[in-house]
Design a protein around this ligand. Structure first.
Ligand code: SF4
Length: 460
């Protein structure tokens, strides 16, 4: 039985792709191993959102090669594991990865990367690995997704037995000027609602407690037919889908990431109507300045964004809002940045990921004039971080003394006497409990709040 080690970087879509790749591998007689040194094949599922993703890939390949055992005599694979690259870097760079890896290893292509699998080609991973095991080298598959691609993940391959990611839309049509996702993940394609609902029913029957409907822009969901949604009203296909998923009766439903322009107020109405639609929305604003938003080609203004925040805040459910913000986008003036600070003060995010703008080759923003210096980006990052920290702290501290429903997901990595899980508003809680098994939803009295985490004790 051939052994495969799978290493995943990046977003939930990548985690979800890896889960399905592992499912295919195991059902085709491969074994998934926890250590790269035990593997015949190493798969690196890459992310290109962060800076220098490609260089990091080559460094990682070098480390794997360095740690490989010496080759046994007559081995077809040369003894060292085969290395395959999947994910966004694979899709964007394709065949050029071989040459660049060879250059990065002083022109020595021997023992480099063996095959490349694009984001839509993961359904053919078995035949690709078989070709490589048969001695075929430098094989590239950047082809389309197969019509009969199997989206289901076997329970054993999910990153958690209690929480499952359910992709509902892949790709992106928005072409924000700084982002490479439309190139690495292709255009938006929504999965049929009837299939999504079947998957959620299946997960419920497998005792999964929480599903995350995922997609680069989950609320841009537009299936080609109504099938599965006929009995559900709503202003958009996405809010109808939310209502339909809620009616399956699965304990908790979360969704991410939401695109502000497509965030219809009816989404908040749906959350208000259904107890199991969770009170958390991730709504990346990126900037508080209309000039910058226009240069980013985000398709929303700050006024329209704040209206959505007001609508979310009007919910009776106390919905937590998280966001992403870029500082130092090309041409961002002091005045533009002050608008971002003002926006952050207004929104009082429960949390926000702040990124210093970094150019991605092939995107329009990388070619824009007025690139901002690193020192100014850092200053702006730190100034904005203070405001976000303050609202994040307040969002955690307001729960002190309260009792929150927490899904116990695992033993805490910090303290083996505690369990760790999430609230409906997606806060992490580490808590003491006796007789509570992972997978239960338990009331926890909150006794402390630290930087990103709440602490408490299970009641009863
Ligand atoms: S919406 Fe914009 S930032 Fe988000 S994935 Fe699409 S292009 Fe990238």
């Amino acid at each position: 039985m051939k052994k495969v080690y799978l290493e995943t970087y990046g977003c939930q879509m990548n985690v979800s792709d890896s889960e399905r790749v592992a499912t295919q591998l195991v059902s085709n007689g491969f074994e998934i191993v926890a250590e790269q040194t035990d593997a015949d094949v190493v798969l690196l599922n890459t992310c290109s959102v962060r800076e220098k993703a490609e260089q990091k890939l080559y460094t990682r390949v070098g480390q794997i090669r360095a740690a490989a055992p010496p080759p046994p005599v007559n081995s077809k694979t040369g003894g060292a594991p085969l290395i395959g690259v999947m994910g966004c870097v694979a899709q964007l760079e394709g065949e050029s990865i071989f040459a660049r890896r060879a250059a990065a290893s002083s022109g020595n292509n021997n023992g480099g990367i063996d095959f490349i699998v694009g984001t839509k080609a993961v359904g053919r991973i078995i035949s690709t690995i078989e070709k490589a095991l048969d001695g075929r080298r430098n094989f590239v598959d950047l082809g389309k997704r197969d019509d009969d691609y199997e989206w289901t993940v076997s329970p054993a391959q999910r990153q958690s037995p209690h929480v499952a990611f359910v992709p509902i839309i892949e790709g992106c049509n928005k072409f924000c000027t700084y982002c490479i996702v439309p190139f690495s993940r292709g255009r938006e394609k929504s999965l049929p609602a009837a299939e999504i609902l079947r998957e959620v029913e299946l997960l419920k029957n497998q005792n999964v407690r929480e599903v995350h409907l995922i997609g680069q822009n989950v609320n841009s969901y537009r299936p080609s037919s109504d099938a599965g949604l006929e009995s559900f009203r709503g202003a958009t296909a996405f809010s109808r889908l939310l209502r339909a998923v809620a009616v399956t009766g699965i304990e908790r439903v979360k969704f991410t990431t939401s695109f502000p322009r497509d965030f219809h107020p009816d989404i908040v109405d749906a959350i208000d109507e259904h107890e199991n639609l969770c009170n958390w929305v991730h709504l990346p604003v990126q900037s508080g300045s209309n000039e910058v938003l226009k240069a980013m080609r985000r398709g929303h203004t700050i006024e329209s964004y704040l209206e959505k925040i007001d609508k979310i805040n009007s919910s009776h459910k106390d919905i937590a809002v998280s966001s992403d913000i870029i500082v130092g986008f090309p041409g961002e003036t002091d005045k533009n940045f002050k608008d971002t600070l003002k926006m952050a003060e207004y929104c009082r995010f429960d949390s926000a990921y702040i990124f210093k703008y970094s150019p991605r080759l092939e995107t329009p923003a990388a070619r824009m004039e007025n690139q901002i210096s690193e020192s100014v980006k850092t200053e702006r990052f730190l100034e904005l971080e203070k405001i976000v920290r303050k609202s994040q702290e307040a969002a955690l501290k307001k729960h002190l003394g309260a009792t929150l429903e927490v899904l116990a997901e695992r033993v805490s990595s910090k303290n083996i006497d505690e369990l760790s899980g999430h609230t409906t508003c997606h806060k992490i809680v580490n808590f003491k409990a006796t007789g509570v098994l992972p997978g239960s939803v338990v009331p926890v009295r909150i006794t402390a709040a630290k930087t990103n985490t709440l602490y408490g004790e299970a009641i009863g």
